[in-house]
Design a protein around this ligand. Structure first.
Ligand SMILES: Cc1cc2nc3c(=O)[nH]c(=O)nc-3n(C[C@H](O)[C@H](O)[C@H](O)COP(=O)(O)O)c2cc1C
Length: 188
């Protein structure tokens, strides 16, 4: 089983990356291969609506998105993680989501398991999670669940709460990791 983690924060080693690592750690301990794509070190341009993907089925824009396309094809399950920016996902996350329009024709994400992770200081977690869930459904993915982590400065999520009742952010991330692996295995 192969699990890919996507972190859409521009902040290196930030809260989204911290919780994503927890999720991937759970997957590794359950015997999965894992990989990660961290937007903090990447350049992904927004979709320019050139329409070429309608004809070719692939995106012709040559930037780090090409690496993400390859990694997503490799994965059986994908965790989409984003910080909350003004009640939404980050611009970096949205750029990658829009570039995945190119995958709709091939339906190459269809049937893969998804998990969603959002990190926020205080407000906007549910809106951002709804966007990620809607995106996964549009791609034909099967959403195993989601995790929310509350924190502002880097590392705050290590002691911060999660979205569930009496759940820490770390516990919620770990639960998402095990749910994603379990669903992917059941579907196999
Ligand atoms: C541009 C920007 C917008 C933000 N908007 C929100 C917001 O709407 N609600 C909120 O609670 N936190 C907001 N935050 C705080 C981040 O969600 C929070 O610091 C989070 O931990 C960042 O995750 P990261 O460390 O992975 O980048 C914002 C931060 C930035 C930089």
């Amino acid at each position: 089983m192969r699990v890919l983690g996507f972190a859409g924060s521009p902040r290196k080693k930030g809260n989204t990356e911290i919780l994503l690592n927890e999720i991937l750690d759970v997957a590794r301990k359950a015997g999965c291969e894992t990989d990660a794509f961290l937007m903090s070190g990447k350049q992904v341009a927004p979709c320019d609506a050139c329409g070429t993907c309608f004809e070719l089925g692939t995106c012709i824009v040559q930037d780090d998105m090409q690496e993400l396309y390859t990694k997503m094809e490799w994965a059986d399950a994908i965790i989409f993680g984003s910080p909350v920016y003004f009640g939404s996902v980050s611009a970096q996350t949205k750029a990658a989501m829009d570039r995945m329009f190119a995958l709709l024709r091939s339906r190459s994400l269809k049937g893969k398991v998804a998990g969603t992770l959002v990190v926020t200081r205080r407000v906007g977690a549910i809106q951002a999670r709804s966007l990620l869930n809607s995106f996964c459904i549009a791609q034909g993915m099967i959403v195993a669940g989601g995790a929310i982590g509350y924190g502002r400065e880097i590392g705050d999520v290590l002691t911060g709460v999660g979205g569930g009742i009496e759940m820490s952010a770390i516990d919620e991330a770990r639960l998402l990791g095990s749910n994603v692996v379990e669903l992917a295995r059941r579907l196999r």
